[in-house]
Design a binder for this molecule. Sequence first.
Ligand code: AMP
Ligand code: MG
Length: 338
Amino acid sequence: MKKRAVALILICLLLAGCGETAPRANARTVFAMDTVMNLTVYGGNDTQLNAAEQELHRLDAALARGTEGSAVYALNRDGTAAGTELAYLVRSALAISEATDGAFDVTVAPVLELWGFGSGAGEHRVPTEAELAEALAHVGAARLHTDGDTDHVTLDLPAQIDLGGIAKGYAALCVKQKLEAAGATGAVLDLGGDVALLGTKPDGSNWRVAVKDPADGGAYLGVLATDGGRFVMTSGVYERYFEENGVRYHHIIDPRTGCPAESGIVSATVVCGDGIWADALATACCVVGADASLALRARLANETPFELILVTGDGRVLYTCDGFTPEAGNGYTYEKVS
Ligand code: AMP
Ligand code: MG
């Protein structure tokens, strides 16, 4: 897994790299959220990178529901918690749940736990139908509440929440803000293949981001040219999984069934100006499948515009973005859709 992440980072850096006349890139590798992350700031300095690294470690602890003392830990234990960050994340999660008709749902936590994709070092196994039914009885965004505009959040216990589906998108957003505040003008933040771009490339051209090939960690599906306001977030059913009796079970759960999604999507890349939405929508697209993902994009076109690169199990790549150049000769069939 790590080898694959390193290969992807190399590809991203290669493609985002600068020309001969560009200012020196200052890079830092950070391990956080179980992921090898690579931060590159053009013309940057150690103070900026220190601030970015510190923020990633802070969020790693703050967003994990196993961290005693965190707001999310308190919410899951007591059913009530207060915190500006928690309230903001919960509000976002609820809005995305609504927009995706529940395909994205942070209250899926008890089901994740059953499959061993939860907070602890739980064993991977296929749950029984009775266990699934019991866990599903506590799943649903209606069990999670914010209190007006306050920092107060409540949860109808024994419901539980898991912020894993938005953690990296939010982290990318926060680190980007930290770097901007510290004066960075051009940066690529590669959080294990989830990428945030800041500002402009030293030569003024668009950033170029490699989109990973779900079947081959050392290869890519194509290159996306984009400006510095975008987040490029990918979810894939190959990222975390286990096998039992020859069947593969992955970590993206369909909240309707409590089982790993079987939508025909193996990888979904979302390009969006909002990191949280990009991250969550990528997960949601893996749940709902290609047609519903495209319909969702059309539905949110005014509110939260985003672009898609979807890979199906039968080797098709459906993409909506103009700036995407497919990689030739890798066996995929590419289809530009509007
Ligand atoms: P990502 O890698 O961004 O697709 O996020 C996957 C993570 O999100 C999983 O490891 C779970 O923690 C969580 N998750 C899985 N399925 C869902 C779902 N349907 N809605 C919200 N979060 C989910
Ligand atoms: Mg995601």
